[in-house]
Design a protein around this ligand. Structure first.
Ligand code: WT7
Length: 635
């Protein structure tokens, strides 16, 4: 018997030890007992981190939607699978039962097939947080098409880059979206993007805001009339365990976004098993993750993990501040939410508001509080614990990444004693290692280093779409035979982990992972800019905000700095999206560089954080004098 649901700390340690001692048996028991397979695997795991090549459940055949939907119909057909809470509190919530979900997914799957989408084809999904978004993922999975969701806050440029990288044949979008009191012209953004995307043959458009958009003849179609005609039955495509399920782009420290590829069987098993334990989900619980499905959190813990467990998963279209800062608490009371999963940036923003907002609502249904996306600081942790959880709902601070597919280091509620700011212990099957600068593993407790994972887990990304070499270089070369996360961490005296943040050029802003290079590339497109460097600095709500150091060209004309600042943020918005805008822009005559020409970001980071005391030895710089100038003019 597998320990699918871990109930106390002793059991956690037992299960953990078993998962390390005999990973293959451990995972095959879980896979065997809790999922529906068309054919069982021939081999549980084969792996080689030097190639790198990782295969789980090789030879198995399945369809993830049969696991997320079909198998629940007999016992839970009338249970709410997706509970949709619209942007406006005046619009009624929608309860989509497992039966209705089955019908709607199949209808869309049939529409996709009618438009020539076949197993292995890529479909780009650019939708707001409406039911059609979750349904689109599942409809692709039903027929074996590979979905590539692009967060609907990204710009047309970011969208076309992602569509072209994986040659999507189709885009599913909506006429527009609601965001608080505003509406956003999504279809307009798609139209601009598609001027650059020759691979896209069809665009299916959901009518969400009833806006008057232009439909391109032969390319664009309203989705609803097609669905109305489609059959509610669609046989599930039988997939191999290692067939790709989806691509999801994440920023790297350099260059193009990386299209992380996740495959069917391992991803399903791991997201389902983690969901069950990290949230201690019980039948009839109502679970709410506030993330957008445009990020991995939404893929794994709004759609696949919860549905594989037959859970009720809330999808929220709106924002925490609309119509006021009490919205989250109102929704928790309204739907009697039992598990609530959000990001530190939201917690910090809400903690700043009048205490009446949370206090006026009945939050007594809450049993588990989750945090994800960035380190949660002590103050936010206590506020969350005291004001929202009333000290009776454990906080699960879950550390993981787009690349890991599922939660890696986390407390289990009512099992692992929590400790503020600590993600605590590895989930069963996860073997973390802290490494020093010389590539040696640091053993023992009360140590810190670079966080690596020594052994494969079922939901790890298998490659970067179209660029396996980059996958190898980014994750498997810094430390031999280990997956390198890009994060630093410390391990305390009892073996609890605390994630201390990125050690590379990725900056987490409001929980969004941003690479400095693409932002700098965008800035450098401004005709007046000759060079730029972007670093993060601490921000009390966003965690980090962006600080740009900019060298202007000597054009002779005296441009007004504030105009250039505005234009730079405009360009960033167009290229990446508003989340990547700079909070501060300092003009400078030079950037501190090493003799080999590499920008010393460490110095720029310290100055931007107003931590001038210990800049280290700057005498070996190519241009040490520039450091004083930058310090003098810091914003
Ligand atoms: C990076 C991954 C995992 C879904 C959301 C982000 C940071 C994530 C935590 C946490 C400290 C965290 C790391 C990681 N991060 N969760 N609980 N404590 N840091 O996914 O966009 O791929 O970002 O987010 O730096 O490497 P992502």
């Amino acid at each position: 018997m597998s320990n699918y649901s871990i109930k106390h700390l002793e059991e956690y340690y037992q299960v953990y030890r078993k998962s390390i001692r005999d990973p293959e048996n451990f995972w095959s028991e879980i896979a065997e007992e809790h999922f529906m397979w068309r054919k069982k695997w021939d081999n549980v795991l084969s792996w080689d981190f030097s190639k790198p090549e990782i295969k789980w459940f090789e030879g198995a055949k399945l369809n993830i939607t049969e696991n997320c939907i079909d198998r629940h119909l007999a016992t839970k057909g009338d249970k709410t699978a997706i509970l949709f809470e619209p942007n406006s509190p005046d619009e009624a919530a929608q309860h989509i039962t497992y039966r209705r979900l089955y019908e709607r997914v199949n209808q869309l799957a049939n529409v996709l097939k009618d438009h020539g989408i076949e197993k292995g084809d890529r479909v780009c999904i650019y939708l707001p947080m409406i039911p059609e978004l979750a349904i689109s993922l599942l409809a692709c999975a039903r027929i074996g098409a590979v979905h590539s969701v692009v967060f609907a806050g990204f710009s047309s440029n970011a969208l076309s880059t992602r569509i072209n990288d994986s040659d999507c044949k189709m885009v599913i979008t909506s006429d527009g979206s609601y965001r608080g009191a505003k509406t956003i012209d999504l279809k307009g953004i798609v139209d601009v993007a598609l001027d650059e995307c020759p691979s896209v043959k069809d665009v299916l458009v959901v009518n969400r805001i009833n806006s008057d958009i232009t439909m391109k003849e032969g390319r664009d179609k309203w989705l609803q009339p097609l669905l109305d005609k489609a059959s509610m039955e669609c046989a599930a495509e039988i997939m191999d365990a290692e067939d790709p399920l989806f691509i999801l782009y994440t920023s790297g420290s350099t260059g193009m976004p990386k299209g992380m590829v996740h495959t069917n069987a391992g991803y399903m098993v791991y997201t389902a098993y983690t969901f069950k334990n990290v949230f201690q989900y019980k039948e009839n619980d109502v679970y709410w993750c506030t993330a957008d499905i445009g990020w991995i959190t939404g893929h794994s813990y709004i759609v696949y993990g919860p549905l594989a467990n037959g859970a009720t998963s809330v999808m929220f279209e709106g924002v925490p501040s609309y119509p006021d800062f009490g919205r989250f608490w109102e929704v928790i009371a309204k739907h009697k939410i039992n598990q609530f999963y959000t990001a530190p940036t939201a917690i910090r923003a809400l903690a700043k508001q009048n205490i009446d907002f949370p206090e006026k609502h009945d939050l007594s249904s809450l049993k588990v509080l989750g945090s994800v996306g960035e380190p949660i600081n002590e103050e936010a942790w206590h506020w969350y614990n005291d004001v929202i959880g009333k000290k009776k709902s454990p906080i699960v601070d879950t550390w993981w990444q787009t690349e890991t597919g599922g939660i890696m280091i986390t407390p289990l509620p009512y099992v692992t004693p929590t400790k503020p700011t600590y993600a605590t212990l590895p989930f069963p099957g996860i073997q973390p290692a802290l490494m020093d600068e010389n590539g040696e593993e640091i053993k023992g407790n009360q140590v810190d280093g670079r966080l690596c994972i020594k052994f494969p887990w079922p939901s790890m990304a298998r490659t970067i779409w179209g660029n396996h070499q980059r996958y190898k270089e980014t994750y498997f070369t810094a430390f031999k035979d280990k997956y390198f996360t890009g994060d630093g961490a410390l391990r305390d005296e009892v073996g609890y982990y605390r994630i201390t943040g990125r050690v590379d050029d990725v900056i987490i802003v409001s929980g969004h992972n941003l690479g400095t290079a693409p932002i700098e590339d965008a800035i450098n497109e401004h005709p007046a800019v000759s060079e730029s460097a972007v670093v993060g600095f601490p921000h009390d709500i966003k965690g980090n905000a962006l600080y740009g150091y900019i060298i202007l060209k000597e054009t002779g004309e005296s441009r007004i700095h504030d105009n250039v600042r505005k234009e730079i943020n405009q360009i960033i918005t167009e290229h990446i999206g508003p989340i990547a805008k700079l909070d501060k822009i300092q003009f400078t005559s030079g950037l501190p560089k090493t003799r080999s020409g590499k920008i010393m970001r460490r110095i720029l980071r310290k100055i931007a954080s107003r931590d001038m005391s210990n800049l280290g030895d700057t005498s070996t710089l190519l241009n040490p004098e520039v450091v004083q100038e930058i310090k003098d003019n810091v914003l």
